[in-house]
Design a binder for this molecule. Structure first.
Ligand code: ATP
Ligand code: MG
Length: 567
């Protein structure tokens, strides 16, 4: 059930009809709700790097505010002291900015620990919360099942005074982890399991990355999230569909606390083929060394996509094309690749790179020894303003071994014994002799070139079918090229039994040597090129004065589907 690129909504935003959330917002504005104010938030938990799924949420939240003259807060949902880290906070901020968005306020749920604590006391005073001494196992056993009601805790009917006293002592650090919790007193028979006296606070004697040791009780997600929205005056609190069942609880707290009525609206999360998205799984890939880090170009993280060569605009375009709906689906990762290919086709210079560990040397026997001439090549045929550049041509050039076949099949338009091919932007050549070593391996092709066939002033009258790329041996620069493939071998990892790591593609990274044209002498990390006939490549940060490293962002065409059929 994948959605192929052609099925996606590729109309420009102005033409497309409103998505269901935009419709809700417009209805709210028309009804004068919140004085027509639109205030959203993006609420990451700083327990990992952002991924492409978060990008969907970021584009949605910031995009809505932009469209309706509203505001968006960045709020770190840092209520779990154990898994959170300032490294993640910094990476998240950098990634949101890189995507092209700027937040109105930077807030932390931990900023509200004092307010949340007061809210909890307020519920205790209203008789709507109680301290429970039951163990985690006992609470789980009391919970019941979706079809059977739960049982009330023996501590459920403690007096307000006792609850207040115990809760204050929980906060003061009198009890060890797990000894007590604060629960809401709602309905142990509710068909919605989240309303069966959910836990509000647990004891955790743990250091928090922002509040240090000020607290030893921490609020649960459900008690923190909606109240944080409310404190900030968030009008539309957008989250993914799995929180739909939490919505009644979100509303219950707001109603009982009589605070600003933020409204939760759910949309479907992004799932991509051949990709795992949960931070927990991505963390495993990093910690167990399956990838080189959070920014490994095979990772679906924003940092990984950036290093791979993706642009902010291509990711925003992708988010726009997939749209917003309430139905869970699996998007073809080919659509993401389509978006970057579209952009790079318009923006990158075409350069020549012989990506081959063992390129074939072609000697043009009738070309004067020692002569070097400049040939002119269009930087980007898709962009007439991009101009031309010069490239040195000489008697010896490298071509890729794949561009020659000794016994070619019919319709092979590249080089073969006695055959002719055009060297892009230069001359037509003819293969006169194949030179081999004692093992039978081809070491060199001896060719003639047709002097009248120079590109741009060809008077030879010859017609050749194939054009191949090349670099002058004397002028070529060596580079390392990293070719990436899908990190996982299965289309929908969540549908497979067993550990997702059983499906790691052992060939997801191939490192090869390349010989590139000399115009690439001084490239800088992040610069992007089209290697003619090969794909789009981007300069990796591992590049230094004496070492050039390129990442393949994406191939020129989607070769994956074909490979699958062959395989
Ligand atoms: P993960 O399961 O990957 O850890 P999460 O939902 O726990 O994701 P948060 O940091 O809590 O991650 O998420 C921040 C925001 O991003 C939330 O509003 C969440 O709903 C949204 N989000 C996370 N993953 C996706 C996704 N795959 N598609 C769309 N939105 C997402
Ligand atoms: Mg989460």
């Amino acid at each position: 059930m994948t959605e192929a690129p052609r099925e996606a909504d590729n109309r420009v935003p102005e033409e497309r009809s409103l998505n269901f959330i935009e419709q809700i917002v417009e209805d709210d504005i028309a009804a004068g709700r919140n004085e027509g104010r639109v205030h959203t938030r993006f609420p990451p938990e700083p327990n990992g790097y952002l991924h492409i799924g978060h990008a969907k949420s970021i584009c949605l939240n910031f995009g809505l505010a932009d469209k309706y003259g509203g505001k968006t807060n960045l709020r770190f949902d840092d209520t779990n002291p154990v898994t959170e880290d300032t490294e993640y906070v910094e990476s998240i901020k950098a990634d949101v900015r890189w995507l092209g968005f700027d937040w109105e306020n930077e807030f932390y749920a931990s900023d509200y620990f004092g307010r949340l604590y007061e809210f909890a006391e307020k519920l205790i005073l209203k008789g709507l919360a109680y301290v429970d001494d039951s163990s985690a196992e006992e609470i789980a056993a009391q919970k019941g099942t979706p079809t059977e009601p739960g049982q009330e805790s023996p501590y459920r009917n403690r007096s307000v005074e006792e609850n207040l006293d115990l809760f204050r002592r929980m906060r003061a650090g009198e009890f060890p982890d797990g000894a007590k919790v604060l629960r809401s007193k709602i309905d142990m028979a509710s068909p919605n399991m989240h309303l069966r006296d959910p836990i509000m606070y647990r004891i955790k004697h743990a250091h928090h990355h922002r509040t240090g040791d000020a607290w030893c009780i921490y609020p649960m997600y459900d008690f923190a999230h909606g109240q944080s929205d409310s404190i900030e005056g968030i009008t539309h609190s957008l989250c993914t569909l799995e929180f739909e069942v939490h919505r009644p609880l979100y509303g219950w707290y707001i109603e009982k606390l009589e605070i600003f009525p933020s409204r939760q609206i759910e949309f479907s999360r992004l799932n991509l083929t051949y990709t795992v998205m949960s931070k927990r799984k991505l963390l495993q890939l990093v910690n167990e060394g399956h990838v080189r880090g959070w920014d490994d170009p095979r990772m679906p993280t924003i940092a990984g996509l950036r290093r791979r060569g993706y642009t902010p605009a291509s990711i925003r375009d992708f988010a726009d094309r997939i749209g917003i709906a309430r139905r869970d689906n699996l998007i073809d990762v080919g659509l993401l690749e389509f978006c970057i290919r579209e952009e790079l086709n318009k923006t990158t210079h075409r350069v020549m790179a012989v990506v081959d560990e063992r390129p074939l040397k072609v000697v043009l026997t009738n070309y004067p020894e020692g002569q070097v001439e400049s040939v002119s090549i269009e930087n980007n045929p898709e962009d007439s303003a991009s101009g031309n550049r010069q490239m040195p041509f000489s008697r010896e050039v490298y071509i890729e071994r794949d561009d020659f076949m000794e016994n070619p099949p019919k319709k092979y338009f590249r080089l073969s014994p006695g055959g002719m091919v055009r060297l892009k932007a230069a001359y037509i050549i003819k293969c006169e002799e194949v030179v081999k070593d004692e093992t039978g391996e081809i070491t060199e092709l001896r060719c003639s070139y047709i002097p009248e066939s120079r590109s741009g002033s060809d008077t030879s009258g010859l017609k050749v079918q194939g054009t191949i790329h090349w670099v002058s041996v004397a002028h070529a620069l060596e580079a390392e090229v990293r070719l990436y493939d899908r990190l996982l071998t299965v289309e929908d990892p969540s549908a497979e039994e067993g550990d997702f790591k059983d499906f790691i593609n052992p060939k997801s990274l191939e490192v090869v040597r390349a010989y590139v044209e000399p115009s690439l002498q001084e490239v800088h990390p992040g610069e992007r090129f089209q290697f003619m006939r090969k794909g789009y490549f981007c300069v990796d940060p591992d590049t230094s004065a004496d070492r050039m490293v390129f990442n393949r962002t994406v191939t020129l065409k989607d070769t994956w589907a074909k490979e699958q059929k062959k395989g």
